[in-house]
Ligand binder design. Structure first.
Ligand code: SF4
Length: 478
């Protein structure tokens, strides 16, 4: 669900009116962009890696029903249990029922956008189950009562001082705002939760069909504690996150960390195949995988938007987006911000008008498509979404409104140049003060000028130049 506080326009205006937010977001995305540029500096190698990853993801999406079957068979053969959830309500109901049956009261969670998508924490807490996020950024926003504002850095909009205030409130002791103190505090508090947890919940970067394994790329080590310490492990898997085999997983490992954080590989790369087996020292007694559809089957049927299913949630498109850098993630109102959110959210939630309008949150510079390691043509899809939006608008009303606007401006000469239009062009071309004066009577112009400068209109129009040119030629001919 999109957040109810205003529409995209109102939320982005509120974000723009908070300069500290823009500074925090810009600083971090600039750093990530530079790290990615270093990691992908070898253009030929990057092209090869991206081609291999794109091929593997495209093949997986083309064979998705078959791979889901194979994954289920292989995961269950190794002791896991696989559940299919058509929507958010059924996914949260399956998790709640499994936790209740096992008597779990306290849960530790790793970072997972899919669980954000289905609002799992609220559902579990409603059922009386205590949930602690253990990814540092996720824990920060959980304490703040917010949603993530970036796919891989959920607390990107928070400063050290914001975090200190949250930690002091949570722990009841004064802290300094150094990163060493703040990290030590988080480590100590979260360690207590890990040791007391009855169950762990994680997402999955990928699921490998040939072995029924779950692959996790993490940097904080919390993923390993969540998945191996408690007696029960629930995995939430977006239905599209399948790869066929380990060779394809290796292709993903070549692009995901580089595109996300500029690392050759994340600090921890875990492959989980079933629960703890006899003779093994660690791991949960039971492992359940909940595979979420929630609109993905619809996306699979949509030929134009199908490439979106290739997304590996690296967030590279957010880090290069000039719109995201100014407004941060909360302005998008949904789970997935930035260009991928603007493309994905309307398809997952076609009934929500506010979701469709996110396609306007782009300058169409195409930096997102260039950054995407699996070749999703985000800018083209944004244009396509805008075209779809246009067909949904009431055409007759739009045509009537346009006719009224044009006749007001041009009189009855829709293809000629009326005196009124020439007058408006002259005023706009005369300079900023004149434009401001005109903006008072044309509110549409005022709105546009408030966020960007209109291009300078030359003092002489094309028609005037053409007339002068022809007059010169006629004189020469004589
Ligand atoms: S659309 Fe591409 S760049 Fe954006 S998150 Fe997905 S994979 Fe990464």
């Amino acid at each position: 669900m999109l957040t109810p506080e205003g529409d995209f326009d109102a939320r982005s205006r509120a974000a723009l009116a908070t300069p500290a937010l823009g500074r925090a977001v810009r600083g971090t995305v600039d750093r990530l962009r530079n790290l990615r540029a270093i990691a992908e500096a070898d253009a030929d190698l990057t092209r090869q890696r991206r081609a291999a990853a794109t091929e593997a993801r495209t093949r997986a999406i083309d064979k998705l029903p078959e791979l889901l079957e194979r994954f289920t068979r292989n995961c269950e053969a190794r002791g896991g249990v696989v559940h299919r959830a058509p929507d958010a309500a059924s996914a949260t109901a399956i998790a709640t029922s499994l936790l209740r049956k096992s008597g779990a009261r306290r849960v530790v969670k790793g970072k997972s956008m899919v669980t954000e998508e289905i609002e799992l924490n609220a559902a579990l807490e409603g059922a009386g189950i205590e949930v602690t996020e253990t990814d540092l950024g996720e824990w920060i926003i959980q304490l703040a009562g917010e949603k993530p504002s970036h796919i891989i850095l959920p607390a990107i909009h928070k400063t050290r001082h914001d975090i200190r205030a949250l930690f002091e409130k949570e722990g009841g002791t004064p802290l300094d705002a150094s990163t060493t103190t703040l990290c030590a505090h988080a480590r100590r508090r979260l360690r207590e939760r890990f040791l007391a947890a009855d169950a762990g919940i994680s997402g999955a970067n990928f699921a490998v069909a040939e072995t029924g394994s779950i692959a996790l790329f993490t940097n904080e080590g919390n993923g390993r504690l969540v998945t191996s310490l408690p007696r029960l492990h629930l995995v939430f898997l977006g239905m599209e996150r399948l790869v066929e085999n380990f060779a394809d997983l290796a292709a993903m490992a070549e692009v995901l960390p580089r595109a996300a954080t500029g690392q050759d590989l994340t600090s921890y790369f875990s492959i989980i195949t079933g629960p703890r087996h006899r003779g093994e020292l660690d791991g949960p007694e039971a492992l359940h995988v909940i595979i979420l559809d929630n609109g993905r089957s619809r996306l699979l049927e949509d030929v134009a938007f199908r490439p979106v299913l290739r997304c590996i949630r690296c967030a590279a498109c957010l880090n290069v987006c000039p719109v995201y850098a100014e407004i941060g993630g909360h302005a998008y109102g949904g789970t997935y911000p930035g260009p991928i959110g603007a493309v994905l959210t309307p398809v997952l939630r076609p009934e929500e008008h506010a979701a469709r309008e996110l396609a306007d949150a782009s300058s169409l510079c195409a930096a997102c498509s260039e950054a995407c390691p699996v070749g999703i043509p985000l800018d083209e899809l944004l244009i396509l979404q805008r075209a779809r939006n246009a067909t949904l608008r009431p055409k007759r009303a739009l045509r009537l409104a346009l006719r009224i606007a044009l006749s007001g401006l041009m009189g009855d000469k829709a293809h000629g140049t009326s005196r009124r239009l020439r007058f408006v062009a002259k005023v706009l071309g005369a300079g900023t003060p004149q434009r401001r004066a005109l903006a008072k009577v044309l509110p549409m112009l005022a709105r546009s000028e408030a966020v960007r400068a209109l291009p300078v209109i030359p003092p002489q129009s094309f028609r005037e130049l053409w007339k002068a040119l022809q007059a010169g030629e006629n004189t020469r001919a004589r």
